[in-house]
Design a binder for this molecule. Sequence first.
Ligand code: LMR
Length: 335
Amino acid sequence: MKKAILLLGAAVFALSTLAGPAAAQSPIVIKFSHVVANDTPKGKGSLKFKELAEKYTNGKVKVEVYPNSSLFKDKEEIEALQLGSVQMLAPSTAKFAPLGVKEFEALDLPWLFKDEAQYTKIMKGEVGQWLFKKLEAKGVTGLAYWDNGFHMVSANRPLINPSDFQGLKIRISGSKIADQYFRNVGAIPQIMAFSEVYQALQTGVVDGCENTPSNYLTQKFHEVQKHITVANHAHLQYAVIVNTKFWNGLPPDIRKQLDKAMEDATDYTNSIAVKENEDAMAELKKSGKTTFHVLNDAQKKAWREAMAPTYKWAQGRVGKEVLDMLAKNLDIKMN
Ligand code: LMR
């Protein structure tokens, strides 16, 4: 009997010592939701952040990454962040209007960035910072910009001249600027969640779409689009955002380690984005499932001219301040 009591006591002690430190160490969980595949710049970036955040905080933080809209779709994930049911997202900046910050859509202007280097410079400079400031009033904190790349555009017929868009229903991700430039060429744009695009293309709910090579490949859009034009007419990038209340409520030492993890994951993501898209492009070509078209200078000029009215229209949508700032930093005229 005595022995049994002793054994019981030992068991209780063992349990409590186990439970004690384990309870004290129960990790802070960051749910990171996004809509693309793991095998993309953003997918890899979020996994890199998970790896580094868990390492730098010595396991005090656990990051759960939910890719491919497995937790929330586009619109729902923004609501979920504000409600606190997820803590971190990296939506395309084209999807920020529902948050009440339409100014991000200025980045969707057609033919705005000449190349990746120019895009990077702009986001690291005052435009990137100014846009993040706009988020503050919404209970959301911007941590970093993650690159993807330039958009291609596709349909089941070749898109070579602006008139080729006439009457085509084109899926867009959310930006009214994209809505406008597709209207400029006679298309009928339609906002749709990313997770629904493949089926919509397959069943003819929409005729075409725009996206980067890595998204075409991982979502198999090329299998349901006969023609892809490498237009580079607009740029796709993300803002990594967190719920401010959650972020500011973290112990300062943990937040510092997470800031460092985000900084390093951002460097990583932005360093692989171009190559990821080049590799995806090679795969797409190898698949032989679609025909690629590259615009010559005259065709490019015709697209630019056809889409130019979007610049003037944008003033009423995103306001003059951000447009002037972009014009100054890019050294261009905005009408
Ligand atoms: C889209 O909806 O087309 C993109 O924003 C998806 C993504 O996150 O790259």
